[in-house]
Design a protein around this ligand. Structure first.
Ligand code: MEV
Length: 311
């Protein structure tokens, strides 16, 4: 084993969480300020080291089960004994906030392990290995996160197919954290149950969200921030009707809109986690950040979709 390094980044879903599970298109943004790194070094026992836990693989806590499961599969795929190395993970992607932490950790790990033995995996193979972690973490998942944490441009995702999205100009977003975690599997299961009970209601919302995802792509291509913001706020209303919002999320969305944001919505699976707001340039971000903090955000920060990220 030579030292192997890997990295990935966080993501925010701009439109289409939940509806993407049922074949509707979704759009995700890369969050390059939030980074995850993994490194592999030789060891006598298979072990993992992270902020959460340091110790043998077999005794790793529940939170690390997804990455440990994917780690064993990755090691097997590249012909490495998973008892012969330590994986060290460090990440600034907050956990269980809808920002892609589980996929980012898994993607960084897969790259580190394959780099350690000099095996080049195809993008499809890497995706499949990251999906092993995603499926352990969230139950069945659409695959959106696994692509978004490796894409440097915004990505449209539908039925397993990622496509880069064109953005006409730089945009400034604010991300605000409710400080509560949302369980993706609980949110996804809640929507599935609601759809069983009331299929026409849920299918109608899925269709509306599918249209909003296409409108979102059009607004990005035209650089129309006002339209994009309106689509985001409309998307939040639909997600609330699906039952995946929460009072803490609604309060942050309202605060963002009242303080001059073009629009805002929950991002990720909901029930907790973060709100994504589109603001009118970096200067107006501070007022929106203050308003969202006053409305209960434990953290709020601005992030840009800059020209280097534009496809
Ligand atoms: C989770 O980040 C996004 C969801 O749409 C689930 C999925 O796509 O698998 C809620």
């Amino acid at each position: 084993v030579h030292g192997g390094l890997g990295s990935a980044h966080g993501k925010a879903i701009l439109m289409g969480e939940h509806s993407v599970v049922y074949g509707a298109p979704a759009v995700a943004l890369p969050l390059l300020d939030l980074q995850t790194a993994a490194s592999v070094r030789e060891a006598n026992h298979g072990s993992i080291s992270s902020d959460l836990y340091t110790g043998p693989l077999h005794a790793a806590p529940r939170e690390l089960k997804p990455v440990v499961t994917a780690l064993r599969a990755t090691a097997e795929r590249v012909g490495l004994n998973s008892d012969s190395f330590e994986i060290v993970i460090s990440s600034t992607v907050p956990l269980e906030r809808g920002l892609g932490s589980s996929a980012a950790v898994a993607a960084a790990m897969v790259r580190a392990v394959s780099n350690a033995v000099g095996v080049a995996l195809t993008p499809e193979e890497t995706f499949e290995l990251v999906q092993i972690a995603e499926n352990v973490a969230h139950g069945t998942s659409s695959g959106l996160d696994a692509h978004a944490v490796r894409s440097l441009s915004p990505v449209r995702f539908q039925s397993g197919q990622p496509t880069p999205v064109t953005v006409a100009r730089s945009l400034t977003f604010v991300i605000a954290d409710t400080g509560t975690s949302g369980s993706t599997s609980a949110a996804v299961n809640g929507v599935r149950m609601l759809r069983k009970v009331n299929p026409s209601f849920v299918n109608g919302i899925i269709d509306t969200l599918a249209g909003l995802a296409e409108d979102t792509i059009t607004a990005l291509g035209a650089g129309d921030a006002a339209a994009l913001g309106q689509h985001m706020s409309a998307g939040h209303e639909q997600l609330a009707r699906l039952g995946v919002s929460a009072p803490s999320l609604d309060a942050l969305v309202t605060a963002a809109r009242m303080s001059g944001a073009h629009g805002a919505k929950l991002t990720g699976s909901g029930l907790g986690g973060c709100v994504l707001a589109l603001v009118d340039g970096a200067d107006s971000a501070d007022g929106v950040i203050d308003a969202m903090k006053a409305a209960g955000a434990t953290q709020a920060w601005k992030t840009s979709l800059v020209s280097s990220q534009i496809a």
